[in-house]
Design a protein around this ligand. Sequence first.
Ligand code: BGP
Length: 464
Amino acid sequence: MQRTFKEDFWWGAATSGPQSEGRFNKKHANMFDYWYEIEPTDFYDQVGPDVTSNFYNSFKEDIALMKEIGLNSVRTSIQWSRLIDDLELGTVNEDAVRFYNEVIDTFLEAGIRPVMNLHHFDLPVELYHKYGGWESKHVVDLYVKFAEKCFELFGDRVKDWFTHNEPIVVVEGEYLHQFHYPKIVDGKKAVQVAYNLNLASAKAIQAFRKLGLQNEGGRIGIILNLTPTYPASDSPEDLAAANIAELFNNRMFLDTAVHGEFPQELVDLFIKDDVLWESTPAELALIKDNTIDVLGVNFYHPNRVKAPDIAPNSVGEWLPNRYFDEYNMPGRRMNIDRGWEIYPKALYDIAINIRDNYNNIPWFVSENGMGISGEERFMNEAGVVEDDYRIDFIREHLEWVHQGIEEGSNCFGYHLWTPIDCWSWANAYKNRYGFISTNIHTQIKTIKKSGHWFKTVAQTNTLT
Ligand code: BGP
């Protein structure tokens, strides 16, 4: 069946500064730069973020390749640790200003809409060591200074801004489940960090509007990784578990971003467990007044949950997972390389949820993708990766997006993670996601079969 999308649909891909630029000419280290310095063995093949996919040096050639595969929009991020010279004063590093100006202009000349995010897990590490990072409201204010600089410097040409990418990952990775530096387990700090990230987003939105960028065609939002929750059964216990998982994983940021309020049920739970954040009425009013214009949804996998085997109790460290356990649904489709379930229909469920419960706010799929190990095995004699599995994956997800749009969802685009194979946090180069492959030894970049396929989809606005 042929599916046609509207004329101005965003066909694109997403990356981030820390995963693509490399550390070249950066004054400050971010959390990952530093983590790699102190614990290189935590990274796959001990490959760190020093070079990544070399975008700092090769952005002109890289953007030309993105143009060649028909992308009309690309998201990346401005690295706080690159742009800002004095983190307290918010003064800028002139080389970084030159770099981001050239990147933005190169995108525009290529006919690609540059979409900019401000924080993609890459807090300057000094702010963690000095103040506890996102635990501190002073750091929230320093972030707002950084955001203001970005708006002032680049807001004339960048029209689509996002405050954070997947803030829940900071909460979980750094403060609960120990998969990102500093690998702390502290429920109270985790909850404060979640609050402060919400506050930072609202304050950045306020700064954006004070500058009047919304009157110049600008809009601002947040990018959330929504993982729809599916309970293992209809039992009251499983339904209750799914409800708490949904509140913590999704609604803690989504409700605040769209409605300006934390879900009361979640606040009550935090009060009961004595982990509630410190807030002021003025901050809560600011959050209420500064909701998003637009939403980015990263979707990789659903969240299947059941009631925990052991009933919640107050012993041990507080973790939200005391209320829900992951459930391995028999027969589920898996991407074994990344360990994530493949369930494209979840994008339709997200579309309908946003339509019905979140003001049908304009949104786009800001990340979706399939990380595959050892893609060289699929390379043909010409060096092209024949990634038919990725084409099928994208097609299936787009079919459900289209169905959602048919039923009134306000979805305006689809971005694959990622345009060019890039470095990924602790997994480094283990799993490849791109439309374009990177040889990490030679930095030679080659369009994969999926890149050629996507070009036709983008040019015709049609999925066949
Ligand atoms: C998202 C992040 C991206 C990217 C992607 C793929 O959570 O926003 O930065 O890394 O996931 O996941 P991973 O790199 O962990 O395989």
